[in-house]
Design a protein around this ligand. Structure first.
Ligand code: FES
Length: 190
């Protein structure tokens, strides 16, 4: 399977544990890869960078927006990968290229709303001037939506889960999540 949307880096299984054999230091993302159904996709390594093969956990495809309806810096909310707790997410046209972005300018991205630190709800906290989500109402974490939701500042130590998108004509579909959604031991609550 190939697609021109996402940015995921496959965990390097060849690297030894920092604490030696037998130690378990699986990150949230590594856990996701281990627990989810994975597919190999061609994904971009970031704005302007080449595509690389990567493993992603894929979920049921869901129509979340029409490309022509998206206005710059005006997020549209949706739920993914289900309608359960912590599934609230947003899609936004950044106006600048973002990692994993789709559309002619690769500037349409989507993210889960819940802070990876302790689950602060960041609904409505998108900032168009910095293309960021946050600050989290609990401990002020802020995430960069142009770079796969990496942490800009605050208490969190994991990136914001990115909802991976696929474009088919004018229809924008959510197809996967990169990162473990807060409050879940797997993204499908299985
Ligand atoms: S819950 Fe968001 S920074 Fe702590």
């Amino acid at each position: 399977m190939t697609m021109d949307t996402h940015t995921l880096l496959k965990p390097d299984a060849t690297k030894p544990s920092a604490s030696g054999p037998g130690a378990c230091h699986m990150s949230r993302r590594e856990f996701l890869f281990a627990a989810g159904t994975t597919s190999v996709m061609m994904v971009s390594a970031g704005p302007g960078l080449a595509q690389i093969p990567a493993m992603v956990a894929t979920y049921p495809k869901k129509l979340v927006a029409r490309l022509s309806d998206l206005k710059q810096d005006r997020p549209i909310d949706f739920q993914y990968p289900d309608k359960g707790e912590y599934s609230e997410s947003m899609i936004v046209k950044l106006g600048v290229e973002g990692g994993g972005g789709i559309g002619p300018n690769r500037d349409v991205v989507a993210f889960n709303y819940f802070c990876t630190h302790q689950g602060g709800d960041m609904t409505g906290s998108y900032k168009g001037d910095t293309k960021s989500l946050g600050a989290c109402p609990l401990h002020l974490s802020t995430y960069d939506l142009t770079r796969h939701g990496i942490l800009i500042s605050g208490q969190a130590y994991q990136s914001l889960p990115q909802v991976l998108l696929e474009l088919n004509g004018n229809d924008v579909f959510a197809v996967a999540v990169f990162g473990l959604i807060y409050g879940r031991f797997d993204n499908l609550q299985g």
